[in-house]
Design a protein around this ligand. Sequence first.
Ligand code: G3I
Length: 459
Amino acid sequence: MDHVPHRGTPRFRSRARLLGPAGAAIAVAVATLAAATTANAGTTLGSAAAEKGRYFGAAVPAFKLSDSQFTGILDREFNAITPENEMKWDATEPSQNQFRYTSGDQIVSHAQAHGMKVRGHTLLWHAQQPAWVQNLSGSTLRSAMMNHVTQVATHYKGQIYAWDVVNEAFADGGSGARRDSNLQRTGNDWIEAAFRTARAADPAAKLCYNDYNTDGINAKSTGVYNMVRDFKTRGVPIDCVGFQSHLGTTLPSDYQTNLQRFADLGVDVQITELDITQGSNQANMYAAVTKACLAVTRCTGITTWGVRDNDSWRSGDNPLLFDSNGNKKPAYTAVLNALNTGGTTTPPPSTTPPPTTTPPPSGSGCTANLTVQSWPGGFVTNVHVTAGSTAVNGWTVRITLPAGTVITGTWSAQPSGTNGTVDFRNVDYNGQIGAGGSTDFGFQGTGVGPSGTPSCTAG
Ligand code: G3I
């Protein structure tokens, strides 16, 4: 906007003198119009993202804060920072109960001095654990885990925009199951225990689950989806899901749909570690990821995993927005243009949209309806159960599955079988529904998902 002459400036006054009173009025109008049209066009990644109500961040290792070319770009272009390694367990608690925050604090100070958000990364992860943790197991390890979460989240209390409370806890491949790790072997509830502990330590931070290879709809992302869904149903405090988006040469065609299905669960989504192999498609893919985030109201920001290509953990792929000399790449321009043109303006407040598919209850008993998300060979179904004009105490939903379809997982209900006609019975905590109230359960499977309106029986 600095090319627009303002009313009081010598440039404006001399222009007005030359044009006379009518010309002055025109000059005001032109200046105002120019200001209005440029107001929405950011000239840096951070300002352009901010115009859309988002942040644009980068992963930063503390030792690069003394590299002036690096900080020149960082401070000009980005308005969020993720410490690349400095808040991980091996960095913050190298010996049990001896905490070391020097490098993490350095990054937080830099961020605060430049008005940047900080994404905390990461409280619990199977990798980069100090040796003493690797030697623990069972309840001793569980206590050490929760102590670590409490201590680190308390140290940074009030200074973190969002914490990756748990990183990469799901297995690759088609199982959709948790990854085996020493953390997982302390009991399947370790993730929810970590989220509850983090919330108690820093109630203001958004609490995220973060993972890779979850960028399209696949077995792994569906496993995460089911966990988040279950957490939301049971009141486990989760606020956001991070999609790392370490990408190769193609973007999953359902990238935006995948972000949206998580957002529809009532959590924010964030692109947390974006980098994309350089090749003919790099700029287009960067633009597509940016547009996808802008198109999903609850996508609150994008972080690239580094600044220049030579800063990257996968520097051989030249996967970032600035080359190794600090020059803007075509991918940079593609992102900036996408931020300035794509998506909606400032997103509305983060609220869960009211369900639109449920007909108003009539009569007693209950009704149920389905939402099905399918991909070749698999599906996820959400079932919305609504009580009629009187409260129900227990319910059963009967769904007939297409031939060949097999249920591989169910949450918030107890199924009578895995194929054919299946009765889904409420579980302990969701059997009672007040008059006109509702609850949800879901299941996933292989084959073709169900269709039609299932029957619901109260009692
Ligand atoms: O600091 C030590 C140094 O003292 C030692 O001499 C040297 C010898 O190997 O290692 C140094 O630590 C390295 C550390 O980065 C700091 O540079 C580790 O070996 C190295 O493994 C570590 O790599 C990091 C990696 O996570 C570890 O898992 C990368 O920088 C970091 O970019 C990467 O980030 C991860 C995210 O946290 C999670 N998602 C995937 C992403 C990419 O792998």
